[in-house]
Structure formats: C-alpha cells, structure tokens
Design a protein around this ligand. Structure first.
Ligand code: HEM
Length: 342
C-alpha cells in the first residue's frame, strides 16, 4: 500500500509536478481501510471514482456539520429547507452502492465454500449475519457499519497528515529533527514500517502535537445526558444534547504552555503516553465509552503514511502555505496543501 503511494510521488517528482497532499493521503487511507475490510482495493488511487469518493466524503463532513434549521425547530424537519438531507443523500447513496457491491462479491465467494473466504473484517461481520438472536447482525447492519468506518476514518486521517506536513514544511527545525530521527533509527535503504513506530518518539510527538493544535473533531460527536448531572455547579438535565468543546480544552492555557505554538517537544518525556491524557486536556479521539472505535488503527495509519512521506522524500512549496481552517463536523485545512517532491 505504501508502495503505491511512494510510486505516485516518484512519478510526480520525475514529472516535476506538485501534489495535492490531501488527495494523496485520502487515496492511501481508502486503500489501507479497504484492504483491512475487504482484502482488496475498492478503487484505484488515481481513478476518477477515487476523486469522486474524496469529494463525496468531504461533502458529507461539511453537510453533517452545517447548522440545520430542522434540528432547532423540529416542525421544520420534514421540509428540509436548506436541502441538506437531499444533498447528503446523493453522497451516501454512492458510498452504499460501492459497499453493497463488495458484500455481494463476498457472499458469492462464501457460497462456494470455506476455501473462498477472505478472512477479512467483512468475512467476520458476515459470520455474525449467520447467527440467530441478540448477537446476530443483518446485512443492513454490516453495510452501515462499514459505511461508518469509511466516513469516520478516512477524512480525519487525511486532515491530520495534511496538517502535520503543513506544520513541518513551515518549521524547518522540526522538519529536520523528524527526518534525522528516521535516518538514525531506520537502516539505510529500508522503508519505515509499522513495527518501527514505537522507536520514533519524536515523530509520534509531531503527530500528537498536530492532533492537539488541529483537532479534526473539535466537538467530538454529539452526546446525550442519560440522567440529570451536576458539573461545576451547573445542572445538565436528562436528555440534554451535549457537545464537548475538546478544541478549546486542547488550547487552554491552564493546561498548555504557549498553546497556539506548534511544539512537539511538549509531548517528549511527558506523562501523556498515548492519545488520551488522564486529566482529559488531550482527547483527539474522545474518551470513555464512546471513544473512537478506530483509534489504534487510525494512529498506526496516519503515523505510517506521514513517516513514509517524510522519510522517502524532500518537499518544497511551490505556492507558499496557507494555514486557515474550514469548519464542518470535522475541522479541515481551508486551502489544500500543494507540495512538490524533490
Ligand atoms: C485520525 C483519525 C480519527 C480521528 C481523529 C477520530 C476521532 C473520533 C472522535 C473524536 C470520535 C467521537 C468520540 C466521542 O464523541 O467521544 C470518533 C468516533 C468514532 N470513530 Fe473515529 N477517528 C478517527 C479514525 C477512525 C477510524 C479509522 C475508524 C474506523 C475504521 C473510526 C471509527 C469511529 C467510530 C465507529 C466512531 C463512533 C464510536 C461510537 O460512537 O461508539 N474512526 N472518532
């Protein structure tokens, strides 16, 4: 998978072309996820369909995050005045078609017997469709789970790597420290691999600092109070919709020294050893029972993609860099990062 990504960057380098980093990373994360789930690539990284999926996904994130009048005035809901539901449906329908197609292929193979199982996540989920009772899943459950994984997974991974690269390219000292760590820890000529990640503390600190400063899910997902609760003297009544402002917590000067500065060193020798600090000042994947279901996979995917881009290439910026943010249900880079491999 990383081989495909490297090949595409090499091609661009030879043609002296700049690359849209977000598009490159999106294609790679779709490939990684689709191999974990379906054992094959659902789409070729350079295909028009991959471009379409990238747009669809970004569109879904933007539309889901858009304030919807129907949420504030439920009697307006059926009218879909802003057309949000209509627009989102087009994107969802296309994603459902792709996943349906994969499920059909797996079912056909399974009907041929045990030897034709792929042993991937979809096979495991389809095993549950053959179970009776509470544990059993329907085909629709399986499809919705997978659609969720694609929507929940690919966009934040893409955005995180794009920000990490953007921060590196405008901080030459951090760039060379990251590169030097890779040069020292990985034998010459070998491409960085997943099992190398625990030996790259500085690179992991860059990823953590990126996720602190550029939280992709600034309000986590909406939660609901199951009962009346009192927090800091305020009563939150049962059934209240609760949005946790993790974005602001991760920049609170009470917890963070110079919070607006990109400083990976703050995570070196710190007691925040994973992606959720004990005091919850750092929780890019949420915390507690509703914590991101794909956290471990996501950390490995984004770190490996980022490490590969830094280890294998040097980059320059043909058009400079703009660091603005764009808000949907996720927080994206407003301007795509266009960089030239050299
Ligand atoms: C950098 C990448 C990712 C980030 C930053 C991220 C972040 C989050 C956050 C903040 C939540 C909500 C937690 C809460 O409200 O308390 C969440 C939920 C979720 N994420 Fe992720 N996520 C990422 C990647 C993934 C991947 C790769 C998958 C699956 C393949 C995934 C699957 C899910 C699912 C299924 C939920 C809903 C869990 C539930 O509500 O029970 N995520 N994620």
């Amino acid at each position: 998978m990383m081989g495909n990504m490297i090949e595409r960057v090499v091609e661009a380098r030879e043609a002296k072309e700049a690359i849209d980093i977000g598009r490159l990373v999106f294609g790679t994360s779709v490939q990684l996820l689709s191999n974990t789930i379906f054992s094959i690539d659902i789409l070729h990284p350079n295909s028009n369909e991959m471009k379409e999926l990238h747009l669809l996904n970004a569109n879904i994130m933007l539309l889901v995050g858009k304030p919807n009048l129907g949420d504030y005035f439920p009697f307006l809901k059926p009218f879909d005045l802003q057309g949000i539901r209509r627009e989102i449906k087009v994107s969802y329908d296309r994603l459902h078609e792709l996943v349906d197609d994969m499920i059909d292929r797996h079912m056909k193979n399974r009907s041929l017997g045990l030897d034709h199982r792929h042993g991937d996540l979809l096979d495991v989920l389809l095993d549950f469709t053959e179970m009776e009772g509470a544990e059993g899943l329907t085909r629709m459950d399986v499809k919705l789970l997978i659609v969720d994984f694609f929507i929940a997974g690919t966009e934040p991974i893409t955005t995180t790597v794009e920000w990490a690269m953007a921060e590196l390219l405008q901080n030459p000292t951090i760039y060379s420290k990251t590169k030097q760590e890779l040069e020292h820890k990985i034998p010459l000529g070998r491409t960085v691999q997943e099992q190398d990640l625990p030996r790259l503390p500085y690179l992991m600190a860059v990823i953590k600092e990126t996720m602190r400063l550029h939280m992709t899910a600034p309000f986590l997902l909406p939660h609901r109070a199951e009962q009346d609760v009192e927090i800091c003297g305020y009563t939150i009544p049962k059934n209240t919709r609760v949005l946790v402002n993790a974005w602001s917590i991760s920049k609170d000067p009470l917890y963070w020294d110079a919070p607006t500065i990109f400083k990976p060193e703050r995570f070196m020798n710190s007691d925040i050893t994973d992606f959720r600090s004990k005091d919850l000042s750092f929780m890019p994947f949420g915390a507690g029972r509703r914590i991101c279901a794909g956290m471990n996979l996501a950390v490995r995917m984004e770190s490996l993609i980022f490490a590969t881009l830094v280890q294998k290439f040097d980059w320059k910026l043909p058009n400079g860099i703009a660091m603005g943010e764009k808000f949907g249900i996720t927080l994206k880079k407003a301007e795509p990062l266009i960089a030239m491999p050299v």
